[in-house]
Design a protein. Structure first.
Length: 68
């Protein structure tokens, strides 16, 4: 059996990279949802897109607070 030891700095860097990926993903998701919802006339799809942008703000706050 192999034991893997990771230090705190390595794990923290992985977490920050995951936060940045999540920000990018939610930005793309929100943009697509708002455009598609507008074209389709779907208020729920537009709302889903806006929610994605709120998640971007949340993720950016966490990433920037811990990136240092």
């Amino acid at each position: 059996m192999v034991e893997v030891t990771l230090d705190r700095q390595t794990v923290a860097k992985r977490g920050i990279r995951l936060s940045y990926f999540t920000i990018a993903w939610n930005s793309l998701e929100g943009l697509i949802a708002v455009v598609a919802g507008t074209v389709a006339g779907s208020i729920s799809l537009v709302g889903f897109g806006i929610d994605s942008f709120i998640e971007v703000i949340s993720g950016a706050t966490i990433a920037l607070a811990n990136d240092g």
